[in-house]
Design a binder for this molecule. Structure first.
Ligand SMILES: [Zn+2]
Length: 118
């Protein structure tokens, strides 16, 4: 089981990651609004600008999803339910949490979960 100190470390990692993602999202939002402001008379410019904003939109969605998972992990830390697999209620290995601090499933269940989603 993860010790109190290890959880504190993971919590710091989560908060740090959260800040990075939040500023990434803010930057992307800025870029998208700049693109919308620009006066694209050239069709090619417009196509490029819209494909850029399309890509940014996908990235923002992915980052928002990650942000949500980080928030859930932080909430679990507060509730002392952090690091417990949502499927089998087993403790998630500390090595896995260090690699992915907002992991919701243990390695076994993640495989099952991913196979089900294919
Ligand atoms: Zn599990």
């Amino acid at each position: 089981m993860a010790s109190h100190k290890q959880i504190e470390e993971l919590k710091e990692m989560l908060i740090e990651r959260k800040n990075i993602i939040q500023s990434n999202i803010d930057d992307s939002m800025d870029n998208i609004s700049k693109l919308h402001d620009c006066d694209c008379k050239d069709d090619l410019d417009f196509a490029e600008a819209s494909s850029d904003s399309f890509t940014s939109g996908i990235i923002i969605n992915q980052q928002k999803q990650e942000l949500k998972e980080i928030d859930e992990a932080l909430k679990n830390i507060e509730n002392n339910t952090y690091g417990i697999c949502e499927m089998c209620d087993e403790m998630i290995a500390i090595g896995r949490l260090k690699a992915k601090p907002f992991a919701k499933f243990c390695t076994d269940c993640r495989e099952i979960h991913e196979n089900n989603n294919q």
